[in-house]
Design a protein. Sequence first.
Length: 147
Amino acid sequence: MKLIENKKVGLKYEFLHEYSAGLELLGLEAKSLRQKNGSLEGSRVLVRGGEAYLVGATIPPAQIQNAPETYDPTRVRRLLLSKREIFDLLDAESKKGLTIVPIEVYTKGRLMKLRLAIARGKFKTDKREAIKKREAEIDIGRALRKR
């Protein structure tokens, strides 16, 4: 079940390869995500020291009055990936023009996972083509429903 998503990332980037990673969260963050609170806007994934981290994601505490005073909603969160996946992400991060972007946070049973992708930025013309394609699909769907 999809909890939160980064809606604009599909328009800005072309996904080359997708991964699914576990999230290392605090209890109050997990509860907040289950309530669908949080944002992935402006967040990214960095690979440092053989580990991957989610940077810039905002996850507020579920109950503000019970959160510790030192809690930071934008703290860096570790991602749980295999060594091979981390190596692939590190290789992609070092290449010019590629970035690693989070797409959505979802649940798989009791676990919370982050879907992320190695992506290349789209040019303005690519964005226009994507918008035209999406609008054409909407028009086709409307025409089929009217019949």
